[in-house]
Design a protein around this ligand. Structure first.
Ligand SMILES: [Zn+2]
Length: 437
């Protein structure tokens, strides 16, 4: 046991939690009928599942209970490269160029190291499913794909993993390159025996002849039965209008429910009416929106002065228009974002503060139920009888303490058991530190 484990109680000494007493559960995560005056619950666990949820007598919660988080948008292949590559300080173009240079030096070995370390970190913080983009800049598959496949296999039964090809949209100018990428992804899914182990994706920003290339993207997706996960409009130029077109094409190709759009920061720079029209079109088309607050706050807005504009997307308006937006981690310790870790609650906390998400506890859906839906996971992340007991207990007595000074203390519960070091996956000597603090 690590002596540095902090928090109100030591999870390793608690043994097996059979009843989680007097916990608060956000309304957005309740999959059971409840009366408005029921503020706290006793949650009984048995055989790795939620067995019973009863209203508790306690007025004040001892903790908040949520389903284990789902990280919809990450970049495992780039993580932990900032020491070698340097940080880009607000310039996405510089970050892309530096990364391209560094990418040519990647080996299977260091990809394996970095990606394993990232997964271990996510797992220790309680994540139950994660999707990563993999840089994919020419027709042949990147080295990272084989590493991802091996890791997906190694983590099976513990963390559900999906990948999306991160292809510069202009690469699709080359018809044969696009076809080869899509065929490689379809083969991956066939080997995995599941539809969304690998997705098609693209980086879309004010491209020339964007329409032709987007049509090509959707044609490849529909022909090869690939869901799409896109980097779209990642910047604060008001004329970045890729998302509106993605919504139209999702409807045109009847690909609703199979398209995730990440970033969409230019919605912040556009007139409100225009941004709302785009969001409504996304909702009708079945496009899922994901905000990446850490990377976009770092890369966007001024670096000459204190930034006035901030890189995020219109999360509140999206939810108000019946979308179910997510918040995800994006980059960790790379030129795009030199800080951070795979604690999804950290990204959530930043989003709450940057975008005035309120009430904050209901927005925990943006890192649990909403991304679970977008990833098509078997469990929607709502707490109900029969749900898997893969949970996160957040040690906060009131909603305000969900964003405490320092990291939020928590207890990770896997299959009804408090997670112990041996249950946390293969030992990784590079990662010693507090697990729950
Ligand atoms: Zn990204």
């Amino acid at each position: 046991m690590n002596a540095a484990v902090a928090g109100p109680r030591d999870p390793y000494q608690d043994g097996q939690p059979q009843v989680l007493r007097s916990v608060a559960i956000p309304h957005t995560l309740r999959g059971f009928d409840t009366h408005p005056h029921h503020r706290t619950f006793d949650v009984h666990l048995a055989q790795g599942q939620v067995q019973r949820i009863n209203p508790s007598d306690a007025d004040e919660p001892k903790a908040w209970l949520i389903s284990a988080p789902v990280d919809l948008h990450t970049h495992l292949d780039k993580s932990y490269t900032v020491g070698e590559v340097g940080a880009a300080q607000g310039d996405l173009g510089t970050a892309i160029a530096r990364m391209a240079q560094h990418r040519s030096t990647w080996t299977a070995d260091d990809l394996h190291q970095r990606m394993s370390r990232a997964l271990q970190d996510a797992w220790q913080h309680g994540t139950r499913a994660l999707r990563t983009h993999l840089d994919w800049v020419e027709a042949p598959a990147p080295l990272a794909l084989a590493e991802f496949e091996a890791l997906r296999h190694a983590w099976r039964g513990r963390m559900e993993l999906q990948c999306a090809a991160l292809v510069p949209l202009d690469v699709l100018d080359d018809i044969r390159a696009g076809a080869r990428i899509a065929a490689t992804l379809a083969d991956f899914n066939q080997r995995a025996g599941t539809r969304d182990a690998a997705l098609m994706g693209a980086f879309i920003y004010r491209n020339e002849r964007m329409d032709d290339k987007l049509h090509r993207l959707f044609q490849l997706a529909t022909q090869h039965n690939l869901s799409l996960d896109l980097h779209v409009d990642e910047g604060l130029d008001a004329d970045a209008r890729g998302l509106a077109r993605v919504a139209q094409l999702t409807t045109h190709y009847q690909w609703g429910g199979r398209v995730v759009a990440g970033h969409a920061c230019s919605l912040m720079a556009q007139p409100r009416d225009e941004a709302l029209r785009t969001l409504v079109a996304c909702q009708r088309a079945g496009v899922h929106l994901v905000a990446l607050p850490t990377t976009n706050a770092y890369l966007q807005g001024s670096w000459q002065d204190t930034p006035l504009e901030r890189g995020i997307t219109r999360l509140r308006e999206a939810w108000a228009h019946q979308m179910t937006p997510s918040v995800a981690t994006d980059n960790v310790a790379d030129p795009f974002y030199p800080y951070g870790c795979y604690d999804l609650l950290e990204s959530w906390s930043l989003a709450v503060q940057l975008a005035h998400l309120t009430p904050a506890h209901e927005w925990l859906a943006a890192i649990t139920t909403h991304p679970a839906q977008a990833m098509g996971l078997p469990w929607d992340g709502r707490l109900r009888v029969g749900a898997p007991a893969d949970l996160l207990m957040l040690h906060a007595a009131d909603p305000w303490s969900l964003i405490p000074p320092g990291r939020l203390p928590r207890t990770v519960i896997r299959a009804g058991q408090v997670a112990t070091p041996s249950a946390l996956g293969p030992a990784n000597p590079t990662l010693r530190g507090p697990l729950f603090a």
